[in-house]
Design a protein around this ligand. Structure first.
Ligand code: ADP
Ligand code: DP6
Ligand code: CO
Length: 361
């Protein structure tokens, strides 16, 4: 390490969008390594709308690793943060900043401490996949700071150990998390199926039904489902493997009717698994159910699907319109039937499309 007193500080910043699963991940076969019971497929959102920005800093004057999330200090003692930090430190390389006269050698990273500041521009822990954008951004910014040589899929396997859904946010476009077969998790990683340009007519609208923190985190919800739901076992073994093949084909062919049918069916089955858990878990509320009925009716009256809906572990609706014209109609209808600040408490709409960053940088 080149010394210029203890004064120097080196920083890196990254911005990472969130992703929404169209074939859901729900259930782990290994809780510590975060290995799933099935493959999943997601679409990464436009980073202008829902994203995490994380700045990581290293300095010899820091005496411990510390992290702030949305301005409040949080503990890094949890296994997930520790697993990510350990995996990244072990792959860190030499870093040189000639301008500042700083040289950090590979071996130095073990003793140097980090300060991490992260900010989500959307509600945290409310079922809009903050853990996905958050851990993907943490891993990506640290990889930048420490000059890791790993590719995006290899980084995704580290982000996975922070939060499963995070592995899919290292890529734009449609992304598949391959569950893998190995017990050590080395083949459980994300791959890009198609980039953000492939199906750029799609428009994604997020209807924020509630930005309150959910009562049951994804982690504990899926643990309860794995322990108690027989439907989860059936879904993971019999249903999802077939659906993943059909979904990949629908995406490749830009076949909206098949895409919408599979997306809606998979969201509904995931929430059925939650209901099949003991005690049952309710993530959707009355407004969520009304949005589903409304979209179903509209799709039937049009003769073929115009809009797909999907809900993660929370009441907020993610609506995917087949093109801009349909999206404009949808927004108009949402505003009419669910006026903002009315008793429906559907209070905001985030309009996005899937023209997303190629990678999280
Ligand atoms: P969500 O539906 O928002 O993904 P989860 O229950 O899956 O909710 O995860 C929420 C947790 O993810 C937070 O309590 C926090 O531990 C972690 N998290 C959220 N945002 C970030 C971030 N920007 N950086 C690191 N961790 C984050
Ligand atoms: C419903 O990735 O948040 O959003 O791995 O325990 O951190 P952990 O859970 P998380 O679960 C996401 C569940 C989901 C579906 C999905 O994103 O595939
Ligand atoms: Co999450």
């Amino acid at each position: 390490m080149t010394e210029k007193g203890d004064k120097w500080i080196l920083m890196a910043t990254a911005q990472t969008p969130t992703n929404i699963a169209v074939i859901k991940y729900w259930g782990k076969r290994d809780e510590n390594l975060i290995l799933p019971v099935n493959d999943s497929i997601s679409v990464t959102l436009d980073p202008d709308h829902l994203c995490t920005t994380t700045t990581v800093a290293v300095s010899p004057s820091f005496d411990q690793d510390r992290m702030w999330l949305n301005g409040k200090e949080i503990s890094l003692s949890g296994g997930r943060y520790q697993n990510c930090l350990r995996e990244i430190r072990s792959r860190a390389c030499d870093v040189e900043d000639k301008e500042k006269g700083i040289k950090i050698e590979k071996k130095d990273w073990e003793k140097l401490h980090l300060h991490i500041a992260s900010y989500n521009n959307f509600p945290t822990a409310a079922g809009l996949a903050s853990s996905a954008a958050g851990f993907a951004c943490l891993v990506f910014s640290l990889a930048k700071l420490m000059n890791l040589k790993e590719n995006q899929s290899q980084l995704s396997a580290i982000a996975r150990q922070g939060s499963g859904s995070a592995c899919r946010s290292l890529f734009g476009g449609f992304v598949k998390w391959i569950m893998g077969k190995e017990d050590n998790g080395s083949d459980s990683l994300a791959v890009q199926l198609v980039d953000e340009e492939h199906w750029n007519e799609l428009v994604i609208i997020i209807a924020v039904v509630s930005s309150r923190q959910k009562e049951t985190s994804s982690t504990s919800g899926m643990r309860e489902s794995v322990q108690t739901s027989l439907l989860l076992q059936h879904r993971a073994k019999e249903i999802v493997p077939k659906r993943v093949v059909q979904m990949e084909k629908a995406i490749q062919n830009r076949d909206f009717p098949s895409f919408a049918q599979l997306t809606c069916a998979d969201s509904n089955q995931f929430h059925a698994v939650c209901l099949d858990s003991s005690p049952p878990i309710f993530y959707m509320n009355d407004t969520s159910h009304r949005i589903i009925s409304y979209v179903e009716k509209w799709n039937r009256s049009e003769g073929s699907p115009q809009v797909a809906y999907t809900f993660d572990a929370g009441p907020n609706a993610v609506l995917i319109a087949r093109n801009r014209k349909v999206a404009a109609q949808l927004l108009q209808k949402l505003l009419f039937f669910f006026p903002p600040n009315s008793d429906t408490d559907l209070n905001s709409y985030v309009l996005g499309d899937n023209s997303i960053l190629q990678d999280a940088g």
